[in-house]
Write a protein that binds this ligand. Sequence first.
Ligand SMILES: Nc1nc2c(c(=O)[nH]1)N[C@H]1C(S)=C(S)[C@@H](COP(=O)(O)OP(=O)(O)OC[C@H]3O[C@@H](n4cnc5c(N)ncnc54)[C@H](O)[C@@H]3O)O[C@H]1N2
Ligand code: MOO
Length: 396
Amino acid sequence: MRSLTAHRAAALALAAPLATVEVLLDDAGGLVLAEDLRTHEPLPRWDNSAMDGYAVRHADVTALPVTLRVVADLPAGSADEPVVVAGSAARIMTGAPVPAGADTIVPVELTDAGTATVLVRDAPTPGTHVRRAGEDAVPGDVVVAAGTLLGPAAIAAVASLGHATVRVHRRPRVAVVSTGDELVPPGSPLRRGQIPDSNSWLLAAAVREAGGEAVRIGPVPDDVDALRELLLSLDVDAIVTSGGVSVGAYDVVKAALVDQPDVEFVAVAVQPGKPQGLGRLPDGTPIYTLPGNPVSSFASFEMFVRPALLRMRGLADVERRTVLAVADDTWTTPPGRAQLMPVRWVGPDRVVRATARGSGSHLVARLALAEGLAVIPAEVSQVRAGDPITVLRVSP
Ligand SMILES: Nc1nc2c(c(=O)[nH]1)N[C@H]1C(S)=C(S)[C@@H](COP(=O)(O)OP(=O)(O)OC[C@H]3O[C@@H](n4cnc5c(N)ncnc54)[C@H](O)[C@@H]3O)O[C@H]1N2
Ligand code: MOO
């Protein structure tokens, strides 16, 4: 059996950052920047006021109180260029350029708020409340680096540089194909033996949550030739299938792809998720064939597909944040296989199994309780209450 780590590496190796496109800033959220954005100007661009008040020469406000002549009125956005000479002040609002001659801002609260003259009752130390040009960034600084996920803060930084568009990696378009003659779309009546297809919905939602665009196909019947034709006709960046990869008489995905030279089927030392396939179709499209049991599909997507999609988006860090938690529960794990146990939090750092039935790969209803996936190494045979365990956080 192949180790969990080795199969993760093989899955990731199939992925590369996708081509880049220029998008409007309004459409950039959640995409990954494809180029370093440097500033050519100091940021802030000029010294400006941090307070509504008066721009003064500090030498004029050492003996207090003092009355100064108001020589200008400077709202934010003012293009005026007054000069503050001895005995004068400029009324100034937060964000307006500090006029020549002035070196200190006196907040309005320390004055009589006059407009022709101003009585300054108290004053801060020299230079106070002046936001200096270049204190955020200086010309040549990389402000937003290639590979940055464009969240609200990064988009603000891009906008502050004055860019209306950005070059980003395309989102992966991912086809999700669920297979199995027993499956019908949710909402359809069920005859004996049939169940609703939940995996194509699970995987499509997981693709979207990983920042991809999902093309949900299915459920498709166990027809080897039709499935092969379908898989080879898809024009997408990656394909994820569910079901049909173990050793059953009707394992359609395996049968449809067994002749593909660049697709391999392996047993991975992990529970759930043992039977796996991956590789490339003749046109180079990466394909991940996940086992059909719903918890296996969930855990396999998390382990093998999600990191690959993140890499296609242009991210360098493709790992989930892990939490070192304490088990508040006791369970056994399969010998010689890593275990991926759905867990939920019962305290800030304490977790229990999402369901007392554990990591059974068919427990799709109780999967809804999972907030994390505990990764128990293959060499551990039992988790006891109080043991430290590593948990991937799969919900916010
Ligand atoms: N003799 C053996 N049998 C099995 C082995 C084995 O090593 N030897 N491995 C078991 C393990 S582990 C897994 S995992 C499953 C994987 O099987 P497949 O990937 O071939 O999946 P199917 O047989 O198609 O389905 C398994 C199970 O999951 C249900 N299913 C499938 N697709 C969906 C879907 N879209 N939505 C909801 N549920 C789905 C399906 O009805 C089956 O109950 O094989 C074991 N067997
Ligand atoms: O590996 Mo299967 O995914 O245990 O049920």
